[in-house]
Design a protein around this ligand. Structure first.
Ligand code: PLP
Length: 396
């Protein structure tokens, strides 16, 4: 049994990290937005022309630029990432009373979107390398819990249909989407990719969010690119793309002056003024990605000599956007997570733990689940480090 030497680990960590900047204030926030391009000009243009709301050229341009950047055939801009995921699930055929498989190690938006679609989240475990849903463990789990009757996959214990699987590219690190695609194709279960955190992340040279039937991206203020608040639905299916646009814009039939609607739909559109911000941000995305990668490399070097912690690098064969840089503390020190976090915070470094696992939140304590031991083990050891562009640009 190792005696935890937390004071040592935390003080060496604080020392190593603080030394990365001459001024230590830039690392106080986990992920601040950075506006260094045409943001002012484009937002100003919206105000000057009056095109601030539900239609305008920046919405069209943002959707076009996003599709071009990701390689998705269609991109539909919406109000936020949770709304994107909600509609993506509906478009994938999720119905009230269904179950949707999601990792327990994710942001609450993933689970909430499942509930907004009327379904029940079913929590599964994570891969210790990618931090995302573990497709191999899921395959074994499906063998024990899923029945196929008439082509419909059902949870044997609850009798409910398993209608979709939602992999999440946690902190920007691509999960093993190839293996999941093979598994889900065999079972005819659609994949709805939660790419909220992974704009700019590639799995074997292909952009995350283009593997699933439908995907969701977020442009919240703390994401790699921000529109203030916003999200997008990505798909390679033209018909789904068209329906996504229709369903998120009140299902209004196109007409110059009539208001005529043909479906119960949502007002989930992204306002033009937000899209203007997004267009300016997308112009800078390649530079943002380079900055964040450089910051990640500096963190990796800084912690490489500290025993008891290690940096989590992008999985082999993938390229991460390093949305949030992650370090893992060794098992021997996991009971000291709080004191390590507190030491970092006191030193002006806005480090954070992993989100509370979904199955531990009060509204999801009764939701179905598989074995979650890897996620539990990860969650007790994960530390997210400040990862914004400003933090990268003020490196010593
Ligand atoms: C940010 C995020 C969302 C939700 O995005 P919002 O724009 O905040 O609604 C969903 N899933 C994950 C994994 C996220 O990180």
């Amino acid at each position: 049994m190792t005696i935890a030497t937390d004071p040592e680990v935390s003080s060496r960590l604080v020392e190593a990290l603080r030394d990365l900047w001459t001024d230590r204030s830039p690392a106080a926030a986990l992920h601040e937005p950075f506006f260094g391009g045409n943001e002012n000009a484009y937002v100003r243009e919206c105000i000057d022309t009056g095109w601030v709301s539900s239609v305008g050229k920046f919405v069209d341009r943002f959707e076009h630029d996003l599709a071009a950047f990701t390689g998705a055939r269609r991109a539909v801009a919406v109000a936020n990432g949770t709304a994107a995921l909600h509609v993506a699930l509906v478009l994938a055929g999720v119905k009230p009373g269904d179950e949707v498989v999601i990792p327990t190690l994710t942001f609450v938006g993933t689970a909430n979107a499942v509930c907004h679609a009327g379904a029940i989240p079913h929590f599964v475990d994570s891969d210790p390398v990618t931090l995302g849903l573990d497709p191999n463990k899921l395959a074994v789990y499906f063998d024990s819990v899923a029945d196929i009757d008439n082509g419909v996959v059902r949870n044997r214990r609850t009798g409910r249909r398993i209608a979709a699987v939602v992999p999440v590219h946690i902190y920007g690190h691509p999960m093993d989407i190839d293996s999941l695609v093979v598994l889900c194709a065999k079972l005819s279960i659609p994949i709805v990719e939660d790419a909220a955190e992974s704009l700019g992340s590639l799995f074997r040279d292909r952009h995350t969010g283009t593997f699933g039937l439908v995907s969701a991206v977020s442009f919240n203020g703390n994401k790699t690119v921000t529109t203030g608040g916003g999200g997008a639905i990505l798909t390679n299916d033209e018909a789904i793309g068209t329906l996504a646009k229709h369903l998120t814009t009140t299902a209004k039939k196109p007409h110059p002056w009539r208001f005529d609607h043909d479906m119960v739909a949502w007002n989930y559109r992204m306002p033009n003024i937000n899209a203007a911000l997004g267009c300016a941000q997308l112009e800078q995305l390649p530079q943002f990605l380079a900055d964040k990668r450089r910051l990640a490399a500096r963190y990796r070097d800084a912690v490489s000599t500290i025993s008891g912690v290690r940096f989590v690098s992008e999985p082999a064969g993938s390229k991460s956007n390093y949305w949030l840089s992650v370090i893992l503390i060794d098992e021997a020190f996991d009971s000291d997570l709080e004191s390590i976090l507190s030491a970092l915070q006191h030193a002006g470094i806005g480090a954070r733990p992993a989100w509370t696992l979904m199955h531990r939140l009060p509204m999801y304590v009764d939701a179905p689940r598989g074995d979650l031991s890897v996620a539990e083990h990860l969650a007790s050891r994960i530390i997210n480090l400040p990862s914004g562009v400003k933090v990268a640009r003020s490196l010593r």
